[in-house]
Design a protein around this ligand. Structure first.
Ligand code: WQD
Length: 345
């Protein structure tokens, strides 16, 4: 009899979802992916199989199609869900608030109602450090007040957390929200990485695209922040460390180690780095110059944010092990793979 626990990864062909699928398979879980491929590629399933030697089950389903998800859950007896699938572009969310609320909140509600119906008792939610806004103190811990969201995308994460907290009060389900700081880098095999359908908007892919010549130059947003060099500070974390944290959260719930039905943890390294520090490190580590220009602040950016990791380190027994060099070398190797993929497409 197959006694492997079955984990459903929604958004499993996406950036963080695909890395998490790999780590789950490596730990011996049976992985099921649901994704509607709205911002990812079906070939990621092949890549996961190449890396792990095991092909995850894949279904192209939109989570807003509740009857399709219901049918999926009726056929497969799932033990736990990790819910990544969501729209995530900050600027786009300002332009399309209804699409963002409908997609991100609607899919979460569908999944939670179906968890109740199918008696699925373990749920991990992708949240974001954006719920802290500009924190009143740094490093920021999980007990800090949540601030008004800066954009509809961030608000879907804040509302999502509220929905989960209220649900755990009355439904017999373990829920863990993981608040990501800035996930970057790619798998060390360079077989999976960030592979969005449109143009990326985050710092790391913009740096690597500029270095490889796909972009002529890039902008550094802001020169007058209250930081040593005037640029913003973030807590960049290797995507594989983020993925491993999800497997730890799943094991915590399945082993009955949760302290509360609703828990939340920061996923960061605890190190704040400025944009200019990232650029300097990139040039030093790769030996490739990046053509960048200093410019005005970007609307909506917080000045600095980095995690207090002590609670996650102690309670989850999880700690990041990958360095800035690992983040940069893996992101750079992946950009070279992407260049070939886009050339062939
Ligand atoms: C990092 C720093 C920019 C691009 C966002 C979301 C957050 C999370 C991750 C996930 C900032 C600077 C960037 C560029 C630059 N969500 N920058 N030039 O804004 O911290 O977080 O993504 O899906 O919820 O808000 O990440 O990578 O966009 O920016 O100078 O061309 O790099 O100003 O200081 P951010 P980012």
């Amino acid at each position: 009899m197959n006694t492997k626990k079955k984990i459903l990864v929604t958004g499993g062909t996406g950036y963080i979802g695909s890395h998490t699928a790999v780590e789950l398979i490596n730990k011996g879980f049976d992985v099921y992916i649901i994704d509607n491929l709205s911002n990812s590629h079906a070939e990621v399933v092949d890549s996961i199989e190449k890396i792990t030697g095991t092909r995850p089950f894949f279904a192209n389903i939109d989570l807003n199609n509740k009857s399709a998800v219901n049918e999926f859950l009726r056929v497969h007896s799932i033990d736990a869900i990790i819910h990544f699938a969501a729209f995530k572009a900050v600027g786009e969310s300002v332009e399309k608030p209804l699409e963002y609320y409908r997609n991100n909140i609607g899919s979460l509600l569908n999944l939670l109602e179906l968890c109740r119906e199918h008696n699925i008792k373990n749920f991990v939610f992708s949240s974001s450090c954006s719920v802290y806004g500009q924190p009143d103190y740094l490093p920021i811990d999980e007990f800090a007040a949540v601030k008004p969201a800066q954009c509809p995308y961030a608000n879907t994460k804040k509302i999502g957390e509220d929905i989960l907290k209220d649900t755990a009060k009355v439904v017999d389900i373990n829920i863990i929200s993981l608040r990501y700081f800035n996930p970057v880098g790619a798998h060390p095999t360079a077989m999976i990485g960030e592979y969005p359908i449109g143009a990326p908007l985050n710092l790391f892919p913009i740096v690597t695209q500029t270095a490889i010549g796909k972009r002529e130059k890039m902008m550094v947003f802001g020169t007058d922040y209250d930081t040593a060099d005037g640029s913003c500070i973030r807590d960049y974390i290797h995507v594989v460390d983020v993925a491993i944290a999800h497997t730890v959260a799943i094991e915590r719930m399945l082993n009955g180690q949760s302290k509360d039905r609703y828990e939340l943890f920061n996923l960061g390294t605890g190190n704040g780095l400025s944009v200019l520090e990232v650029l300097n490190a990139f040039e030093k580590i790769t030996g490739v110059k990046v053509n960048y220009q200093l410019t005005d602040r970007r609307a909506g950016d917080v000045e600095k944010v980095y995690a207090d990791t002590s609670y996650a380190n102690k309670e989850l027994g999880w700690k990041t092990t990958r360095t800035l060099e690992d983040m940069i070398t893996s992101a750079w190797a992946w950009e070279q793979v992407l260049q070939k993929k886009y050339a062939e497409a």
